[in-house]
Design a protein around this ligand. Structure first.
Ligand code: C5P
Length: 226
């Protein structure tokens, strides 16, 4: 921190939470504020990286010196991530992506009809963007970082998820009981593909972001370890 140790590094960060349309006015969403992803983008830019922030439904000011692109749904986010990954050295998936979306989007607003129950909303699976980017590795040596919010068995679930997704680093947050979502502070453990785990101190999301970039920086070819 305080240095331009990420100068010349191209990063793509996703942030926020996707919205999956039900009808023209309704969606399935989640409570992600986007704060951790925005902090990751801001701190990377402050350390000299060239940053594209893919922002899904976030109400925060654009971080300074960052190219911000807005997306709504998981499928839009996927297109933007794949486009960005084509030229990125590091891809960080901090966004909360909906695992499922409504099978069909009704063209008209769903109406309430007295005495009837509405039809159930059938769901279909969304693409897993992190798994796809990790598998494809658009560029040799590209570093892929995932996030996981877990409520129970945080480490075991995190390790299983890292293996399943195939990313290099997985930042695991414990959530629930008011932790992490929408708050300024965060606390996490970073798991590596080699099986190491690094505790990140509880602190502001900017400090957590800096510690994540410290770990990423050690994996960048040519890094001097400073
Ligand atoms: O499986 P889970 O949703 O807990 O995994 C979280 C991680 O996977 C996050 O990095 C999130 O951005 C990413 N993800 C994704 N595409 C999905 C679901 C999650 O890229 N459809």
């Amino acid at each position: 921190a305080g240095t331009a140790d990420l100068a010349g590094v191209r990063v793509v960060v996703s942030a926020g939470g996707t919205r999956e349309a039900i009808d023209p006015v309704r969606f399935l969403g989640n409570r992600s504020s986007g704060r951790q992803g925005y902090a990751l983008a801001a701190t990377a830019a402050a350390r000299g990286a060239s940053v594209t922030l893919l922002s899904a439904n976030v109400e925060l000011p654009d971080p300074a010196g960052v190219d911000v692109r807005r997306v709504t749904s998981a499928r839009e986010l996927r297109e933007a991530v794949l486009e960005g990954a084509a030229t990125a050295d590091v891809v960080v998936m901090a966004a909360a992506v909906a695992d499922f979306r409504p099978d069909t989007v009704t063209a008209s607003k769903i109406k309430k009809t007295a005495g009837t129950t509405p039809a159930p909303i059938a769901l279909v699976e969304n693409p897993d963007i992190l798994a796809e980017v990790s598998r494809e590795r658009a560029r040799p040596g590209q570093i892929v970082v995932g996030f996981a919010a877990e409520t129970d068995n945080v480490l075991d679930n995190g390790r299983a998820k890292l293996a399943r997704k195939g990313c290099d680093l997985l930042v695991v947050n414990q959530v629930g009981d008011g932790r992490a979502f929408g708050t300024a502070d965060n606390q996490a453990v970073v798991l590596t593909a080699e099986g190491a785990s690094v505790e990140i101190e509880r602190g502001p999301k900017e400090d957590v972001a800096d510690q994540v970039w410290d770990l990423v920086a050690t994996r960048i070819p040519g890094d001097t370890g400073s």
